[in-house]
Design a protein around this ligand. Sequence first.
Ligand SMILES: [Zn+2]
Length: 198
Amino acid sequence: MQREGNTGDEQETRAVSPAMPGQTRTGIGYDSHRFAPGGPMTLGGVSVPSAVHLAGHSDGDAVAHALTDAILGAAAAGDIGTLFPDTDPANKARDSIEMLALAVVRVLDNGFVVVNADITVIAEQPKILPYRDAMRERIAAVLRVAVGAVSIKGKTNEGMGWVGRGEGLACIAVAAVAAVEQRRTAQPVTDQPMTDQL
Ligand SMILES: [Zn+2]
């Protein structure tokens, strides 16, 4: 077995081909935001009537943020905080669905397509169910998958802790991606901030 003297070409091949075509990978994302007075609340790219909104540098859309980290994580393509730094004025009050769309491009650039996503919103309010399908449709279009590949579930925290006291909202997202034959770029990209505009 050859332990030393690997050619640069072999290393290059490993770097450029992170997965075999058809291989699937999963990623997880978590996000939380504090409630601030005044609605509506933007969640999953949908405006939800509410007495509070999610405080944040962007629009505070925790569903979009957790999902962005899940798809980036699945492709080992970085994370939302690195790609869209909250120190960048361009990201202030930014539409988080736009950041998700750019993350999808980053995932494609790394040789993957999104397969599905499953999202759990943990909050005492608002109720997710009436807005669930609108969120699924918005997210599915951005992920470039069928609506049936996007699941969103709402849970309370049974009155416990900061979620239970109604101080904010948490979101957990899981996503799967599949490697495709052709990558769009020569090298995987993971940690450069994305300044592109859609
Ligand atoms: Zn967030």
